[in-house]
Design a protein around this ligand. Sequence first.
Ligand SMILES: NC(=O)c1ccc[n+]([C@@H]2O[C@H](COP(=O)([O-])OP(=O)(O)OC[C@H]3O[C@@H](n4cnc5c(N)ncnc54)[C@H](O)[C@@H]3O)[C@@H](O)[C@H]2O)c1
Ligand SMILES: O=P(O)(O)OC[C@H]1O[C@H](O[C@H]2[C@H](O)[C@@H](O)[C@@H](O)O[C@@H]2CO)[C@H](O)[C@@H](O)[C@@H]1O
Ligand SMILES: [Mn+2]
Length: 445
Amino acid sequence: MNGKKYSVVIAGGGSTFTPGFVLDLIKSQDKFPMRQLKFYDNDEERQRKIGEAVKIIMKERAPQIKFSYTTDPKEAFTDVDFVMGSIRVGKYHMRSLDEKIPLKYGVNGQETTGPGGMAYGLRSIPAIIQIIDWMQEYSPNAWMINYSNTIAIVAEACRRLRPNAKVINICDMPIDDMDRMAAICGLDSWHDIDFNYYGLNHFGWWKEVRNKKTGEDLMPKLKEYVKDHGYWVGGDYDKDTEPSWEATFRKVADDYKMDPETLPNNYMQYYYFPQYEVANADPKHTRTDEIREHRQKIVFGECERIVKAGTAKNNIWDISGLHSEYIVDIIHAIAYNTHEKFLANCPNNGAISNMDPDSIVEVPALFGADGIQPMATGKAGRFQRGLMMEQQTCEKLVVDAYEQHSYQKMLQAFALNKTVPDASVAKKILDDMIPVNAPYWPELK
Ligand SMILES: NC(=O)c1ccc[n+]([C@@H]2O[C@H](COP(=O)([O-])OP(=O)(O)OC[C@H]3O[C@@H](n4cnc5c(N)ncnc54)[C@H](O)[C@@H]3O)[C@@H](O)[C@H]2O)c1
Ligand SMILES: O=P(O)(O)OC[C@H]1O[C@H](O[C@H]2[C@H](O)[C@@H](O)[C@@H](O)O[C@@H]2CO)[C@H](O)[C@@H](O)[C@@H]1O
Ligand SMILES: [Mn+2]
């Protein structure tokens, strides 16, 4: 340990994941000692509901850490070592439209994939760039660990618009999938697994999965299980897993059959089976509605209970999810220069030998004080490379649309996407999305 105590700001303090992240930071004071924790949000009321509960949590469990929350960027981003990006531009209101507008035209509506994911990505670009600029102005030595989606598009925008910024774009889906692989193989957690993985964000495959301790190749055992059950573990492991997530993890059994040489990221379902997605969607009740009825209700209800009770004793986050442990691991690796292996979304530069150097890819990387060192993953398979070239071109076209304020580029991004059957459908979806995204998108001409 270097004796230093760190200062962290969560951008998106009103995020449903904030309390869990805070509890994990508190739990990790031995490995990541802190002197200050701040929240920043542009929705004062939403953030206050979480902030007031966290104030009680901090007083009871970590009084040594100075806590505050603010909507003032200078106050938020001054004197910090790490910025955690957890914003949702347009909030759930816009996510609901990302999901429902495509479904009006028989196209799957989803948070980070298809037209919904591209719409979300275009909204996120200016907000993330702004946060990067505030960080660089007020705390020039800080690192930003960005979770804010659509990661693939945000990462391409960072590559183009802020190539030297200290930002790492991460995703916890492969970690969640590997935690399931560990459970399937009778191991404790994803920490017991070594792996070779490549792809784009929410669009990837495992080439190798091994027992980190013994070196045993776990792929045969996993393939035998996954072909029937996907990544669904069931029992105690999945006692709190929501029905739509159960369907996703079970669907991996079909995703896997598209290439039995590898194991798929569960997001492949949206690209392999778009007709299945539409057939099983309810245009009037999408994932956002489920979250409003579940995660958001639970999180804000628990914060209200804590404030009313005046204590955080026995709160629901004491056994926190995977989401935030992963982030704490990453921040620790950078703070203490451990060069541990995680996954990052970054410029390819040869990590996948037969993809363009300027592709944004999701690959294993060593995380340290100097940022990330992406690892060589070898060649993409012919099937995977074809899929990736199309998808990453869509992602690049969205950033073209942002930079050039171009309707044509955004239309091409939608029309090229594997989830959209016809350019005339792409146009209808885009024309419906433009007015509702006016507060967030550049004007597309
Ligand atoms: N990378 C990953 O694998 C991963 C995993 C889980 C969640 N996420 C992402 O984390 C983010 C938070 O998720 P959530 O469901 O908790 O969202 P949420 O809607 O509950 O909270 C997001 C917060 O961001 C705030 N916000 C929106 N625009 C802002 C801006 N310009 N500046 C400051 N604050 C702003 C909102 O007011 C809200 O309080 C989303 O982008 C989600 O997609 C990513
Ligand atoms: O529909 P949501 O909002 O529940 O989830 C969308 C997000 O799903 C993934 O994150 C999961 C994560 O994989 C899991 O370990 C746990 O932490 O829950 C997260 C949210 O459910 C995905 O990686 C994110 O990018 C999505 O935003
Ligand atoms: Mn993700």
